[in-house]
Design a protein around this ligand. Structure first.
Ligand code: GZL
Length: 317
């Protein structure tokens, strides 16, 4: 019969071992990424993966190839694997409520990164870290207003991002909100280029073929990749991008700085993809039960063609 003192010592030793094993077990994060559609996304994925490694977080990474059903499947899989935390960038705003309720029922905290969701119950996610897309749209429109200070009229073509996605909805909203200050500035063509170079080029080719007697003076693209595709279409139509057709876009990726340096893009509104380090710290705080803000924003600037050459060597993505 083990004496009570020895029994208690063995129990405490067992508890200490169990605790230290638990404490040394790496935090496991399930991450569902939109896809690999743009330079921005590539930089965002690299930031998430390198930050997870630096933070000692075990990352289960799933690329949804821009399909919502793949994101729902990935989140369900993370729930089944009993990860400690789920993080994802929702490809579109709606249609995630059911699977987020499943995560809540499984007591797995969810962090939104990059893009937001529309849900009836805000407790379905703990926090959202990402840019203010409405403000990005406003910044783009403010540059356009400045170009038209001399009273000129501008016909605008708009390449929208993925239909139903937060950046596409909000960048359009912010742009139109500011643009209405000048009725001579009119959006005459608008269609989704799905945030990709290929689709951006294809849609711009179609814009340029429309025979309605209206000349396109300016292109507003919701991301640099579509702008770069459209620039190719403009050149193939025998026009000078950045001059015959002014080009305004969003993201601030390296390709945009190269296009500005070449005089083919006029301005890019920065959208910071390097969310990895902040995301990993949020995950650790959430799992440790610490209070975190419901909304975490990121710092971003606006870069014009005259700044491109000096800025290019400094760009981190
Ligand atoms: C914005 C991000 C958008 C980028 C695009 O935070 O969701 O998706 O602007 C990317 O380049 O495809």
């Amino acid at each position: 019969m083990t004496p009570p003192v020895l029994r208690r010592a063995l129990l405490l030793a067992g508890l200490a071992l169990a605790y230290s094993a638990q404490a040394s077990k790496p935090l496991v994060m399930g991450f569902s990424q939109v896809g690999a559609e743009s330079e921005w996304r590539t930089a965002n994925t690299a930031s998430v993966k390198s930050a997870a490694q630096a933070a000692g977080i075990q990352l289960k990474f799933a690329d949804a190839q821009q399909k919502q059903e793949n994101q729902v499947k990935a989140i369900r899989s993370f729930i089944a694997q009993k990860v400690d935390v789920i993080a994802f960038s929702p490809v579109v705003e709606s249609g995630f409520e059911t699977v987020l309720r499943e995560a809540k029922a499984a007591k797995i905290p969810v962090i939104l990164t990059d893009r937001a969701v529309k849900v009836s119950d805000p407790s379905l996610y703990v926090t959202f870290i990402g840019s203010d897309f409405v403000e990005e749209g406003r910044k783009a429109a403010r540059w356009v207003l400045d170009q038209a200070k001399d009273g000129r009229a501008l016909n605008i073509a708009e390449l929208q991002g993925t239909v139903g996605s937060a950046p596409a909805i909000d960048r359009k909203k912010g742009f139109e909100e500011v643009l209405k200050a000048n009725t001579k500035l009119q959006i005459i063509r608008s269609q989704s280029g799905e945030f990709t170079r290929a689709k951006g080029k294809e849609v711009m080719e179609a814009f340029l073929k429309v025979k309605d007697g209206k000349k396109i003076d300016l292109l507003y693209a919701h991301n640099d990749d579509m702008a770069i595709g459209a620039i190719q279409a403009i050149e193939e139509a025998g026009l000078k991008p950045g001059k015959d057709i002014l080009v305004v876009s969003i993201d601030g990726v390296r390709g945009a700085f190269e296009a500005m340096k070449a005089g083919k893009l006029n301005v890019t509104v920065e959208c910071n993809p390097l969310l990895g380090p902040q995301l990993m710290q949020l995950a650790k705080d959430v799992v440790a039960g610490k209070a975190v803000p419901k909304r975490v924003t990121v710092e971003e600037g606006v870069y014009t063609a005259d700044q491109a050459a000096a800025e290019l060597p400094k760009r981190k993505y």
